[in-house]
Design a protein around this ligand. Structure first.
Ligand code: G1P
Ligand code: ZN
Length: 543
């Protein structure tokens, strides 16, 4: 066996963000860049000798090359086996599923999620622990520290392994097992949802349109909807994964999933539409001419959870990220469940799920999931909605309106200012950090400030503290304005402004959120001087 120890030097930009290390492909192509990070991952771990690692990615450009490097490094570092998805493909939730099902030591997921791909696009890598979830901060900190002092990495000199044929091959002392990327995940979905009822719903004429945006969910969605659930061929559109996602932005929102939006808001629209992102963990849910905000989707899934077989005995609790609307809190209150507010990023839900404190989790950024895996899960959310529609025999819009009638509606919107200069963006946040605690009691139009702070979270399980998680301004009527800088962008800074208000009166529900939130939008600019500081007159993306 020919193991090389290769001398290397640290890079100074390998700090993992909200979900792993994300950089331009061209950065990852720098000599030793990927190798350093992978070695830093392995160096941060203890006791993996002879154990199993799961590896797969969303199929974007550089996926296959990166996997070959990781396989040879895993062999040189002493793993006993790597399970890799066929073709190098694993959606993020499927990777989580496989880590858990086969009790692997951990996994490496290659993805930049919803960021564009291709030679000039983005690439990413993250480590998931044995519970199937993103590594917690103490692990990502250790990885980052490793990247700062690394002097050498270990790699096996060997030929590339074929990723396309199922089965096992040997790489030095390590076994590489190429596994079906879809089967384990699809079986898990069948165990949670009433596939017979969904099949009957589709047979009865309910039309669905699933847009995979040329990203990883294509093969998963085709197998689940068209093969297992009997939906007609063509139900899944943009279903062939491409290395550059067909040049698109694989992000399931009203702006980037334009093909789907055209279908669902066009003439003769299907009854149900959905999209997922690059790596399959996000989802957007649409009805005929109707958009379900992700915050509402979490609340509505929670309120109807017992209709799905996997959740029929009820929920342990609900968790949402801080900027996600409080719609889920209202459901939790009514059902007598605990509701947790965590910082942005799925990794904060892991401890709560492992400790059985929560069953459902969600983020406003088109992320919903449950304790069936330790990642958010796009197709899971789609199947959950179809299960609820089948059980209630109601349309998406009927389900949403009934929900608002019972719980009230939390109007919600997020405004993103993408790729603004880092310095003024940081300054804007700094200014707010000083200003907002002084606003208590202050009147803005019809709103009175109840509190202003920079969100800090103490994990209820391990007591770890995460500070500076976003500026919050809460008003006495429950409305909120939140400011955060993105942790996943790869160019400049992205300022996110989150807006939320509450409407209990049915006559005022279901209106245009931008109009309903207009006064809060004005206040946000008045307080943060967004236009002045960023030089932008409008957000880049409104969702
Ligand atoms: C964004 C979302 C966040 C999500 C993350 C990974 O992070 O806002 O909710 O967990 O992507 O999908 P951000 O760019 O805001 O740091
Ligand atoms: Zn994603």
């Amino acid at each position: 066996m020919n193991i090389h120890t290769v001398a290397t030097q640290p890079f100074d930009d390998q700090k993992p963000g909200t979900s792993g290390l994300r950089k331009k492909v061209t950065v990852f192509q720098k000599r030793n860049y990927l190798e350093n990070f992978v070695q830093a991952i392995f160096d941060s771990l203890d006791g993996f000798e002879g154990s199993t690692l799961v590896v797969g990615g969303d199929g974007r450009f550089y996926n296959r090359q990166a996997i070959q490097v990781i396989l040879k490094m895993a062999a040189a570092n002493g793993f006993g086996k790597v399970m890799v998805g066929q073709g190098g493909i694993l959606s993020t939730p499927a990777a989580s599923c496989i880590i858990r099902k086969y009790k692997a030591f951990g996994g490496i997921i290659l993805s930049a999620s919803h960021n564009p791909g291709g030679p000039d696009g983005d690439f990413g890598i993250k480590y998931n622990t044995g519970n199937g979830g993103p590594a917690p901060e103490k692990v990502t900190d250790a990885i980052f520290n490793g990247t700062k002092t690394i002097e050498a990495y270990k790699i096996l000199e060997a030929n590339d392994v074929s990723l396309d044929d199922l089965g096992e091959t040997q790489l030095g002392d390590m076994t590489v097992q190429v596994v079906d990327a879809v089967a384990d995940y699809a079986e898990l979905m069948e165990s949670l949802f009433d596939f017979d009822a969904i099949r009957a719903l589709i047979k009865g004429g309910t039309r669905i349109c699933m847009d995979s945006l040329h990203a990883v969910t294509g093969p998963y969605a085709k197998d689940i909807f068209e093969n297992r659930l009997g939906a007609p061929a063509g139900t899944v559109q943009n279903g062939v994964p491409l290395e550059d996602f067909g040049g698109g932005h694989p992000d399931p929102n009203l702006v980037y999933a334009h093909d789907l939006v055209k279908v669902m808001f066009g003439e003769n629209a299907p009854d149900f539409g959905a999209a997922s992102d690059g790596d399959g963990d996000r989802n957007m849910i649409l009805g005929k001419n109707f958009f379900v905000t992700p915050s509402d989707s979490l609340a509505m899934l929670a309120a109807n959870a017992t209709l799905a077989p996997g959740y029929k005995s009820g929920l342990a609790g609900i968790a949402r990220s801080m900027p996600t609307s409080a719609a889920a809190d209202r459901v939790a209150a009514k059902l007598g469940l605990d509701c947790y507010e965590t910082p942005t990023g799925w990794k904060f839900f892991g401890n709560l799920m492992d400790a059985d404190k929560v069953t459902l989790c969600g983020e406003e950024s088109f992320g919903t999931g449950s304790n069936h895996v330790r990642e958010k899960d796009g197709l899971w959310a789609v199947l959950f909605w179809l299960n609820i529609m089948a059980a209630r025999k109601e349309s998406v819009e009927d389900i949403a309106r009934a929900h608002w009638k019972e719980y009230g509606q939390n109007y919600y919107s997020r405004h993103d200012y993408e790729e603004v200069a880092s310095e003024p963006a940081n300054q804007l946040m700094e200014n707010l950090r000083e200003l907002v605690p002084t606003l208590k009691g202050k009147q803005f139009g019809s709103y009175t400030v109840e509190y202003g702070d920079d969100f800090s979270y103490t994990d209820p399980i391990d007591s770890s503290v995460s500070n500076k998680q976003g500026i919050r301004i809460g008003f006495t009527d429950g409305s909120r304005i939140i400011f955060r800088l993105s942790g996943t962008g790869t160019a400049g800074a992205t300022l996110r402004l989150y807006l939320e208000s509450f409407e209990g009166d049915v006559a005022n529900q279901g209106k245009d959120p931008q109009e309903s939130l207009a006064e809060l939008i004005r206040i946000a600019d008045e307080v943060a001087k967004i236009k002045e500081m960023t030089g932008r007159s409008e957000p880049t993306v409104i969702t």
